[in-house]
Structure formats: C-alpha cells, structure tokens
Design a protein around this ligand. Structure first.
Ligand SMILES: Cc1ncc(COP(=O)(O)O)c(C=O)c1O
Length: 410
C-alpha cells in the first residue's frame, strides 16, 4: 500500500468543503455535566412524550400490520397519512390542501433541505429573518444560497425592509427566489408575524414573483386557548411551500413530518426525496397516523400548551427580577424560545464558558443572524427545564452577566 496521504479536501465538492457545523449541536457536547441547567436545548420536554400510548400504538401496528410497516414504503408516504395530513391542514385554513400536494418528510428538517435544493442555484438569493432557525440557514447554505437578512421587530418581518432589500437586489441583477419564514413563535426569537403583515408578505411575494418557505412546527403551541394562527399557505397556497412537524406535539424521535406545496413542486419534492432516503420510516409514519386518527395529538394539546406556558412565565418572571441593566427580551405567545438582547457592545459568546462553569448554558445568538449581527443576543429555551430550574438558571446567568439578584429589583 502506498503511504501517500489522501487529500480528501480536494475530492470534496464545493458544498462538501464548506459545510457549516450546527452551533447548537456543537454545544450539546459541553452539556454533559449534570449540574448544568440547559437553556440551550430547543427540544421538547421528554416529560411530555406519551410513552404508554405510543408503546400501545407501536405494538398494535407491528402486530397487526408488521409485514407492511417494516417493509419499504412509497416515497411520498402512504395514501392514508397523506389524506389525514391534508384534512388536518384544511382545519388550519389551507383549503387547497390535498394528498396530491402533501409529501411526508423525515422531519421538517428534510423539508427544509428539499425546498432549498429545489429552489436554489448557487448564488440565488434567499431572504431570511434576522434572526432565523439555524437548521434552515444550514439547508440554504448547503444549497449555496446567498442569504440576505430581513429585520424583525415584535411583529415579525418588517415588510418595508423586505421590500426595500428585494427591490435593491433585483436592481443589481440578483435573482431572489424565496423568503424563508417561521411565522409562529419563531425559533430563536419567539416572535410571531402580525396578522396584517401576513397579507403584506404574500402580496410582496406576488409582486416580486417569489416563493415563501413557511416553516411552522410550533403552530399548535399558542399558549392562549383557541388561538389558531393563520398560515401564509391559507392566504396564498400557490406561492407557499408549507412545512409542518409532529416533533413538538408528539415526539421528535418519530421522524414523520410533511410539506404541502403546489402540485408541481410537491412532485419535484417527491423526486428529490427519492434520492435522499427512499422513504421516511414506514413504522414512524404508521405510529403518527394512529396518533392522528385516535385523536391522541389533538387531545393532548391543551395540556401541552399550559405546560410550556407555565415554563415561559417562569422564565419571564426570572428575567424581570434578574436581567442585567439595559437588557431587553421578547415575550412569546407560544413555542419554546425567548431572545435576550444585552446592552450594545456585550458579547454573549465571550461569556459562554463562564456561564457553563456557573452551571447554566444558552445558545449565543450570532449564528442565527445571517448578517453576522446579534453578538449581544442569547437564545433562551424554556422547553426543557422545570420552572424552578429555569428561575435558578436565569439567576445564575445574571450573576455571569452582572445582573440584579434580588426580587423586586425591577
Ligand atoms: C423552526 C424549526 N424548523 C424545523 C425544525 C426541525 O424539526 P423536525 O425536523 O424535528 O420536524 C425545528 C426544530 O427545532 C425548528 O425549530
């Protein structure tokens, strides 16, 4: 055997050479210590997993249909699940939802990867919220999109900023293909797109002839009883690739999620998926279908919403008591996340090791900002820890950040 070193880098594609690490997943290696309170993990609380019900369903589907659910399945997903999801989406106001528009994906993360690969040629522009979900940024990056950040305020995307930037890019001869948005209880900021801006966003998509990639895994997790956000796909289905997931309302280990898109794009998505995984786990899809049909998911929603609302309140209360002077934070109406913004000039990344030593972890905000901003921001997830630990975690964080430490300080 020749002992020549192999230059693997030279064998890689441009994409392979330029893969981005996921800043959050990298952090999890630092979180092995049991005494660290994690405000970093954006995962649902494992306490919410309906273990007994899922064990019963899994046993039942394997016993009764094992030869089917353990076999390869259709790439798009079984017709029964496509129908159940189309019905569910009609319930969200997406009247055009139909099995011919739905494709099951292995997590909505795969939907992001497929949508990015379908729409983007290297150098095409994708408009992305500031801040945005890191997995969406990675998918667009891998497709070699140029991402241009759009400002958000407490009402989500600032439409005037979006319009201005698209107009400028087009004038410069750039091809703007899509807007990537998480309109409800956004990861990482917790903000939601204001109702009137939803109309304005789809109107901008019409005017500039763009598609919208609508990433909506937190749809069901509004805290207020009866709140059903209006999907952009309900307003303009022919302009939207809608991505949904059961990860936050059932269990993320069941990797059966979905996309809903105009038929021409759904057909392409099915072909792109064929080359990626042949099909999503048939067993996972069968379990999710049973969970939908039996009403297990719907039945648990009120309790889930209360569960996360209590945690969100605990974190907000602790922030009010302990946050350092000059800090501001978002006040989500659902979902898992609060974005904390420190006074200008502070660097959330620089104090992370110190925070972990003090027994609390968070995700520094910068990787969520495609324009390189956000150095003074932190993503705080309230989904994983108990309310007591959340309060203690914020108190520890405040000691590191030089915040106030007594009740009534505000
Ligand atoms: C905004 C957003 N999109 C997509 C995903 C991926 O979810 P999954 O692949 O589990 O469906 C997540 C997970 O945290 C998310 O927060």
């Amino acid at each position: 055997m020749p002992d020549r070193e192999i230059a693997y880098d030279e064998m890689l594609s441009a994409m392979g050479r330029d893969l981005l690490p996921n800043a959050i997943r990298k952090l999890t290696t630092l979180l092995g210590r049991r005494d660290v309170i994690s405000l970093a993990a954006g995962a649902p609380s494992a306490e919410t997993f309906p273990l007994e019900e899922l064990a019963d369903i899994a046993a039942r589907v394997i016993r009764s249909r094992g030869q089917f659910v353990l076999q390869y399945g259709p790439t798009r997903g079984p017709q029964s699940l496509l129908e159940a999801i189309a019905d569910m989406l009609k319930g969200r106001g997406i009247a055009s939802a139909a099995p011919s528009r739905v494709v099951i994906t292995s997590g909505s993360q795969q939907g992001l990867d497929i949508a990015s690969r379908l729409l983007i040629d290297p150098g095409d522009v994708a408009m992305v919220e500031l801040p945005s979900y890191i997995g969406g940024i990675i998918a667009l990056h891998n497709a070699r999109a140029e991402m241009v950040g759009v400002r958000q305020d407490e009402g989500g995307i600032v439409i005037a900023d979006l319009r201005e930037k698209i107009a400028r890019l087009r004038k410069a001869g750039r091809r703007v293909k899509c807007v990537y948005t998480i309109p409800n209880f956004q990861n990482p900021s917790g903000v939601s797109l204001a109702i009137e801006r939803r109309e304005q966003l789809v109107a901008a998509a019409d005017e500039f002839d763009l598609l919208i990639v609508e990433d909506d895994p937190y749809f069901d997790l509004a805290f207020a009883e009866g709140v059903r956000p209006q999907p952009l796909a309900a307003l303009r289905p022919d302009r939207v690739i809608y991505l949904g997931s059961f990860s936050k309302v059932l269990a993320p280990g069941l990797r059966a999620a979905y996309l809903c898109a105009p038929e021409a794009l759904a057909t392409k998505a099915e072909l792109a998926k064929e080359g990626a995984d042949l099909s999503t786990s048939v067993l996972d899809q069968a379990i999710v279908l049973e969970a939908l049909r039996s009403g297990l998911i719907e039945k648990r929603l009120p309790e889930l919403r209360r569960f996360y609302e209590v945690r969100c309140r605990a974190m907000l209360d602790a922030l009010r008591r302990f946050a350092p002077a000059g800090a501001r934070w978002t006040e989500p109406a659902g979902g898992f996340f609060i974005l904390l913004e420190l006074a200008a000039g502070q660097d959330a990344n620089a104090v992370l090791t110190q925070a972990i030593d003090a027994g609390v972890a968070y995700v520094p905000g910068q990787p969520f900002f495609v324009d390189g901003g956000g150095a003074n921001t932190l993503r705080l997830a309230y989904s994983k820890e108990t309310p007591e630990k959340l309060a203690e975690g914020i108190a520890r964080l405040s000691r590191v950040l030089g915040g106030r430490e007594h009740a009534g300080a505000v």
